[in-house]
Ligand binder design. Sequence first.
Ligand code: AMP
Length: 280
Amino acid sequence: MIILKSTIELNNWFIENINEFGENMGFVPTMGALHKGHASLIEKASRECQIVVVSILVNPTQFNEKADLESYPRDLDNDVIVAEKAGATILFTPTPKDIYGGTPYAEPVDYGLITSTFEGLSRQGHFDGVVSVVDKLFLAVKPNRAYFGSKDLQQVAVVEKMSSERHPKIKIVSCDLIRDENGLALSSRNIRLSDAGILVAQNISQELQIVAERVKEGRDVIDSVEIAKQNLKNVEGLELEYISGVNDQTFSISTENRGWSHIIIAARVEGVRLIDNIEL
Ligand code: AMP
């Protein structure tokens, strides 16, 4: 694996080497602090592509809270080990200034419900930043396939929409959500949780699991979500932001007992914002 620290280094490398790799380049954009969730995306990309570019960039324009940006975990030494072991060919580590060609700035985007509900509502401007950085990274890397985790379910829908409009030749590959042995969805932010916080956070996936089982048994989605909501509200140390059934293509909320694909959730534990979802 080689490390390229700027778009100029990346371009030069492509000019010298691209003929070797033809038309089969996979791309895994990340914000670093890599864990097994990221590794699973890189492994999938390396199974499906001849060359895999992994980018690490803590993108300032997608953070709506300054404290979250400042405390976002960074660990490049470990990232190098994880990315290489998972099969990355290139680790691309540009600065925000390099990728944005100056001061980072995100144009507002409006994809209707996909960008205005849930994460779009709770984190104003978040998807503007996501669209902006993924667009610029796609322009820099020019991949054939790009891999995103379904942990960030709404992000996948937003990226698919952006890509269909601006990069129709790039195939967006949605990858499975990876959990730890206790069910907690892996996230770079988990490192900021204490042992007690991790126990509290486990309630999130446990309740999602219960809702999915109830729905499988034929119970009402809205009622099942409501029960989970009440249970989570009673968990000390957990601050629920939302829990809801959604359709992962439209992010519309059905008023009936059909049309749902997932249950999504966002909650805070020890000030750390966690998201998770389960397929129905
Ligand atoms: P991030 O570094 O948090 O921006 O994530 C980079 C990519 O890894 C995104 O496509 C995420 O959805 C994906 N990812 C993060 N955590 C997980 C996980 N637990 N399982 C699967 N994919 C994940």
